[in-house]
Design a protein around this ligand. Structure first.
Ligand code: MBD
Ligand code: FE
Length: 310
């Protein structure tokens, strides 16, 4: 069976009514977006001759996705987060805003309000296993001058690839810290080298990826926001070099400039009283001047504990 009904007056009129276009009220932009999205889905049903069975399995898939709380995990898996970055990068280029540390996706696992310290923080609660890591760098402006009082808000997974808050077995704010830079612009954290993240194997995201013949793995990575009044907010992350998934991230976050080697250091004594070998990751961050006040802030989205955080 392969019928074509999209171009009939009946379907076109249905679409207009669905999107409230024959009524006053509601939001015009929203009506147009809903009209377009529903039309494109109808069109896909027509073009691929989608059966009722297939359609209803998709509807109940969305129910399960919501029940699992995975909508914001499927989004990066389908490249939406990276696509929004591609658009912001293109906008910057069009406006002549080049240079600075590249942005890349935030992901769904940030928690607002991590403990704040000056210059240095130890990020783990003492119970974490793995390889000790020092992650450090200098925050500078476009001229290479250190930026004082920049806030570097860092979060990363443990050796099992799990994040505190979302993994209730970890203590509050484990592996989450905010560092305020001093006059030298430097941030330094002592923590444990994270492992890559894997989507829940029995979850809705992995189910969809399985049907695409894709994995749901991210390389080992460390997220950060960097802010300072007068400079553009930066949302980014580094990916650890040499991970099986460094250049094969299910969330498409890797950028060449953001791949950092974890060097093995066996320097003793060291300023952090680490005994034995540790990994050192060095990453300098360049902030661009903010063209306006909104550019100084992260864009709004639902974030854990955001409303409570000062
Ligand atoms: C992560 O840790 C992450 O950073 C993203 C983007 C998606 C899932 C888990
Ligand atoms: Fe992550």
């Amino acid at each position: 069976m392969s019928v074509k009904t999209m171009n009939t007056a009946q379907v076109q009129s249905l679409l207009k009514k669905v999107a409230g276009m024959d009524k006053e009220g509601g939001d015009e932009r929203f009506k147009h977006i809903v009209h377009r999205v529903v039309r494109d889905l109808y069109q896909a049903i027509e073009d691929f001759d989608v059966t009722p069975e297939e359609f209803w399995s998709a509807v109940y898939y969305i129910n399960d996705l919501g029940k699992n709380g995975e909508a914001a995990l499927l989004a990066p898996g389908l490249g939406f987060d990276h696509y929004l970055d591609i658009r912001m990068d293109a906008e910057d280029e069009q406006a002549g805003l080049t240079g600075g540390t590249p942005r890349t996706i935030e992901g769904p696992l940030y928690v607002a309000g991590a403990p704040l310290s000056e210059g240095f923080a130890r990020m783990d609660d003492g119970t974490v296993e793995g390889e000790t890591m020092i992650f450090t760098g200098v925050v500078t402006d476009e001229q290479g001058q250190p930026i004082e009082d920049a806030i570097v808000d860092i979060w990363h997974a443990d050796v099992k690839g799990r994040y505190s808050y979302f993994d209730p077995s970890q203590s509050d704010y484990n592996l989450r810290r905010r560092i305020k830079t001093g006059a030298d612009g430097r941030y330094t954290v002592r923590s444990y080298l994270p492992s890559g993240y894997g989507c829940p194997p029995d979850g809705s995201t992995q189910l969809l990826l399985d049907n695409l013949g894709r994995h749901g793995q991210r390389p080992a990575h460390i997220h950060f926001f960097v802010t300072k009044p007068g400079f553009r907010h930066l949302t980014s992350q580094i990916n650890v070099a040499g991970d099986k998934y460094t250049y094969d991230d299910f969330a498409f976050a890797t950028k060449d400039e953001l791949v950092v080697e974890a060097k093995t250091v066996s320097a003793s004594p060291n300023p952090w009283d680490i005994e034995g070998d540790y990994k050192k990751l060095e990453f300098n961050i360049t902030l661009l001047n903010a063209p306006n006040e909104t550019a100084q802030e992260r864009h709004a989205r639902v974030r854990a504990l955001e409303a409570d955080a000062a």
